[in-house]
Write a protein that binds this ligand. Structure first.
Ligand SMILES: *Cc1c(COP(=O)(O)O)cnc(C)c1O
Length: 469
């Protein structure tokens, strides 16, 4: 122990010194019955690591001024807590009871069953870049591009990792070294560090701001065009709305202006609703943007499209061809699992009615209130006792920066559990398998049923009942 004292350059009390020596050996702890019980749920080496970490923590505590060595039992308990924490760091299934459909922290869009099946089929070998008819190398996943063309009416399509990657590729391939005109009302930040001015700069282009925050006219764009201008960029302000004294140039007139002056019209559409949904506020569709004359339109795969994380680009062949040749494409391309899920989701979108029925995001956003009330009733009746449950009105949201000011009427089950605080109950539900994530309000745990599926109800009820102390 002299060595330790020397290393730290400060004195350790005799008491602490004695306690350090009293800490048990790893091997002795591993032989305790409590450790054997842990090994049944984790591997021996994981338990060994956890015990070592618990001992390190105890040692650090003593060196920091603690005096009493923890008992072998409390060391094993600490190791058990560490193992539990590690287990929750692996990906786990979550039942979303937040009422936020596209919850970024919970993985945005839940995939359709058809997409899940396509993923498992593609997980082994697949014809990813292989022509089964020719027996030779072929284009990568041509199905996705074909479906995107057919749904949006575009001549050409390409799919990359996410919406941000789509914009980076478009700007790098089409506007690098030149100027891009953007309305001052559309210089937005999406979240996660995606800001339009930064992406333009990263793409090697120069941003030219036009108009004012609340009003930008076609003439503002026309006046800003120079010999260096390459493109006009229109951005859908996904996550906020301007109301009041506002004006923007419509897409068709922007397309006419761009084409008269030899420029491209790029549209960052954000969510990219594939169909008009009567129950929801108007969202521009890629098909309408193509019809209005946009050259390249970008949107996400995991917002209103309801598929996997992806960035989709549709447009005119002349605008898309440089993207296919750009070196960034190799770095931004999709893997086979995502392509499989995307293709299956797009296939569902070929028929709007099928898309609404099968794609969870659309099914949730168009469900009727009677379905919500009966789901809440079933949960409440399954959990009392041991819990106390009340059905209350709640507000659901599309989320994910989509339809930001659109409140949707929903129901939540407000829960309390005798003997547990709301925090303790919420934590117990989060640590259950599958995990249940709700929110706390007014001293109760609220589970919004808007984002739960009927098939989840018994799982949710089981989790609540098993939280009883
Ligand atoms: C969401 C969004 C993006 C980013 O898309 P990700 O798929 O999240 O990368 C870009 N632009 C707009 C307008 C968006 O709404």
């Amino acid at each position: 122990m002299h060595g330790l004292q020397g290393h730290l350059g400060k004195a350790i009390s005799g008491e602490a010194n004695k306690s350090l020596r009293a800490l048990p050996q790893v091997q002795r702890l591993l032989e305790l019955p409590a450790a054997a019980a842990l090994i049944q749920h984790a591997t021996r080496s994981a338990v060994l690591d956890a015990i070592r970490a618990a001992l390190d923590e105890a040692r650090a505590g003593l060196l920091a001024g603690g005096t009493e060595a923890p008992s072998p039992e409390s060391l094993i308990a600490a190791a058990s807590r560490l193992l539990e924490r590690h287990a929750t760091q692996g990906m786990r299934r979550v039942l979303n009871a937040t009422g936020i459909v596209l919850h970024t922290n919970l993985g945005r869009a839940a995939l359709a069953r058809e997409a899940l099946e396509a993923v498992s089929e593609a997980a082994g070998y697949s014809n990813l870049e292989y022509g089964l008819d020719t027996g030779a190398r072929a284009a990568r996943a041509p199905g996705v591009e074909m479906l995107l063309r057919s749904i949006t009416g575009a001549d050409a399509a390409i799919a990359v990792n996410n919406g941000a990657a789509a914009m980076l590729l478009i700007l790098s391939a089409l506007a690098s070294g030149g100027e891009v005109l953007v309305s001052r009302g559309e210089l937005i930040e999406i979240g996660g560090g995606f800001r339009i001015p930064d992406v333009i700069q990263q793409g090697g282009a120069r941003l030219v701001e036009v108009g004012t925050t609340n009003k930008t006219h076609l003439s503002d764009y026309a006046a800003a065009i120079t010999q260096c201008t390459r493109a006009i960029l229109k951005v859908h302000p996904s996550n906020y709305r301007m109301v009041g004294f506002t004006a923007e140039a419509d897409l068709a007139s922007l397309a006419t202006l761009a084409h008269e002056r030899g420029l491209l019209l790029i549209y960052d559409l954000g969510s990219g609703a594939m169909q008009e949904i009567a129950e929801l506020p108007h969202e521009p569709t890629p098909a309408a943007a193509i019809a209005a004359g946009a050259d390249a339109v970008a949107f996400s795969g995991d917002k209103l499209l309801g598929g996997p994380q992806a960035g989709l680009i549709v447009g005119r062949e002349a605008a898309i061809a440089p993207l296919r040749r750009h070196p960034l494409l190799r770095a931004l391309r999709l893997d086979k699992l995502t392509l499989a899920a995307l293709e299956a989701t797009l296939r569902l979108h070929q028929d709007p009615a099928i898309a609404r029925a099968r794609i969870p995001v659309l099914r949730m956003l168009t469900q009727d209130e009677a379905a919500l009330a009966s789901r809440a009733d079933r949960i409440a009746s399954l959990v009392q006792p041991p819990a106390q449950a009340e059905i209350i009105v709640s507000t659901a949201y599309a989320g994910g920066g989509t339809l930001p000011v659109h409140d949707i009427a929903s129901c939540a089950v407000a829960l309390s559990m005798p003997g547990l605080s709301a925090d303790e109950l919420a934590r117990s539900l989060r640590l259950h398998r599958p995990a249940i994530v709700g929110r706390i309000a007014g001293g109760r745990v609220l589970l919004d049923v808007f984002t739960l599926e009927d098939a989840d109800i018994t799982l949710v009820a089981d989790a609540i009942r098993s939280a009883a102390p």
